[in-house]
Design a protein around this ligand. Structure first.
Ligand code: ZN
Length: 121
């Protein structure tokens, strides 16, 4: 059974309890890594400047405490494999529905494809 590494666990711990519950279930069946939970101001503005986020502090759901958003990628990471992101997203959506947790996936954003991004609806 896959399990989160130390860094993933630490990042997930900064997130809302529902995101923790969801991804602690997901990891049992799908290997994945948590890239980002809560972002402090300097991290948010860095993400904005590098194009990973479209908003500056404090407007991201990653800036709430606990974080209302989490970035998770299927492991091992292949940024070019969009099919794999989509397949992983379908799995996470199904799991969220079965747990009665309402989430939005960044891959469904109209303006900006954000494949790793999940936020509470
Ligand atoms: Zn995100």
């Amino acid at each position: 059974m896959p399990a989160f590494g130390k860094a993933s666990k630490r990042r997930l711990a900064t997130c809302h309890k529902d995101l923790q519950l969801l991804f602690n279930e997901v990891i049992r069946e799908r290997d994945c890594a948590v890239l980002c939970g809560h972002r402090i101001e300097i991290e948010q503005d860095g993400a904005y400047q590098s194009g990973k986020s479209r908003v500056m502090w404090p407007d991201s759901k990653h800036n709430k405490k606990p974080s209302m958003a989490v970035d998770v990628v299927p492991h091992p990471i292949d940024w070019d494999d969009i099919d794999r992101f989509n397949e992983f997203a379908d799995f996470v959506k199904g799991k969220a529905e079965s747990m009665d947790i309402r989430v939005k996936w960044g891959g469904d954003f109209k303006s900006f494809y954000d494949g790793p991004h999940w936020e509470l609806a």
